[in-house]
Design a protein around this ligand. Structure first.
Ligand code: HEM
Length: 427
């Protein structure tokens, strides 16, 4: 084929795609004619990509505030997506009807990582969860807490190498568990190997960016940063704080929870309906014709974006200051006082603290206790020795699979320079 023919073929193909999309938009009836939503945006890509782009944080807040806890988006090639942070609808997707909702992009994850927890589905996934859940239990973590301390003390070395060390520990527990399991529960070798890349991918950026977020916040909150070392040093009494004591330090726990609530590292997750279903809502929403809608029929194939962070900062549950980071006002500390009644009653399907941060149901984050331990060990060691302050660099948080900081909005390099000084009075 010469260049001109190739050009004509490509242009014709592009033309057919555009026409097909146009025909789909114009001729097919909307599945959700009465649902609100932002303007559809680009014909080919719709507005889903804008909700997921790197600098979408402000736009997402604006759109979620304007259109409420369930609205429609224009997906690529004329498809219609739903955007959701209503707790009851999330409960259906996450727990009640979890088999109705497939994982978007599971095939791609399978190609990248192999048949590990992030990519497998149905029976194979359940089998893997059964084998892996005890490996991430508090009982095992209690035994390997010292590994976390050793790793943290070596913070200057290459972080990826340290993580590999931690994963090696988890893997040796897993291999032992697999060897002693019955034939029907045992995982194949390729499934075991796939867990290594899965844990590195799922566990590394999430926890390290969550740690960066806490340090970034503390750098501008002198009161909280002063209060934390007092609590940590009192518990330390010259030695490393044990697993149980560390997990129970109230203010450290409040700081971690509040940070993971307001700044969920994984902002959204996507699913698609494998069959026709219905999503009920916690409270009715107003349709474009002014009527109230309390449930939404969802046809098979519809993709949804679940906004975990928007559920965590839903003012209807957490109050008008839901987006503010507030553990420091002692009387009103969210995590040191009873939770708002609305939160208790909403039945948020998250496994951690009425939050969606680490998701819920059969696909909840298996490593969240591991992440909590690592976050707390790193903070306990760092805050007992160093003080963090903002530098003159403009730190911007970027939206992605996992939120990450850069210097300024243009750079794509994940980094977060802070001023660090030795906490002299205590040494
Ligand atoms: C602050 C840290 C973390 C956050 C915010 C986080 C968040 C999440 C979320 C939201 C999911 C659900 C994803 C989905 O279903 O599409 C998930 C799943 C998962 N996470 Fe985490 N995660 C964290 C740390 C970790 C760590 C440390 C590990 C492992 C060492 C880990 C391993 C996994 C795995 C294997 C899954 C898939 C579970 C399944 O589908 O059965 N995560 N995580």
């Amino acid at each position: 084929m010469d260049d001109t023919t190739a050009l004509i073929v490509t242009a014709s193909f592009a033309g057919i795609v555009v026409l097909a999309v146009l025909a789909r938009r114009l001729l097919l009836r909307s599945n959700f004619p009465n649902l609100p939503g932002p303007p559809a945006g680009s014909l080919l890509t719709g507005n889903v990509h804008r909700m997921r782009s790197r600098h979408s944080i402000k736009y997402r807040k604006h759109v979620t505030d304007t259109h409420g806890p369930l609205f429609k988006l224009a997906g690529p090639y004329g498809a219609e997506w739903l955007y959701i942070y209503d707790p009851k609808a999330l409960y259906s997707i996450t727990i009640k009807d979890q088999d109705v909702w497939g994982k978007h992009g599971a095939l791609l994850t399978m190609i990248m990582l192999g048949p590990g927890l992030l990519s497998t589905e149905h029976h194979q996934h359940r089998k893997q969860r059964k084998m892996l859940t005890p490996v991430f239990s508090a009982a095992y973590l209690r035994n390997i807490t010292s590994v976390f301390y050793e790793t943290t003390h070596k913070l200057r070395d290459d972080e990826a190498m340290q993580r590999l060390g931690e994963v090696k520990d988890v893997m040796s527990i897993l291999l032992r568990a697999n060897m002693t399991a019955s034939e029907k529960d045992r995982l194949a070798e390729e499934e075991l190997i796939a867990q290594v890349s899965t844990f590195i991918l799922a566990g590394m950026d999430t926890t390290s960016n969550a740690t960066s977020r806490v340090l970034h916040i503390l750098a501008s909150k002198t009161d909280a940063q002063t209060k934390l070392p007092d609590e940590i040093l009192e518990a330390q009494a010259g030695t490393e704080v044990s697993y149980d004591t560390l997990m129970e330090l109230p203010f450290l726990d409040a700081v971690c929870r509040e940070t993971l609530r307001v700044y969920a590292p994984v902002t959204t997750i996507s699913r698609y309906a494998v069959k026709d279903t219905v999503l009920g809502l916690s409270a009715p929403i107003r349709g474009t014709d002014g009527t109230l809608i309390s449930e939404v029929p969802v046809p098979k194939g519809t993709a949804v974006l679940c906004d975990l962070g928007a559920c965590n900062t839903n003012a209807a549950l957490w109050g008008p200051d839901a987006r503010e980071w507030k553990p420091e006002l002692f009387q009103q500390e969210r995590w040191l006082a009873p939770l708002p009644r609305e939160v208790e009653e909403a039945r948020v399907p998250g496994v951690y603290s009425n939050l969606m941060t680490v998701h819920g149901g059969g696909r909840s984050c298996i490593g969240f206790k591991y992440a909590q331990l690592e976050l707390k060990v790193v903070l306990a060691v760092l805050l007992a020795n160093f003080r963090f302050e903002l530098s003159d660099k403009d730190i911007v948080w970027n939206s992605a699979g996992v939120m990450y900081p850069t210097v300024g909005p243009v750079s794509k390099k994940p980094e977060m320079p802070l001023k660090v000084s030795v906490f002299r009075e205590r040494i």
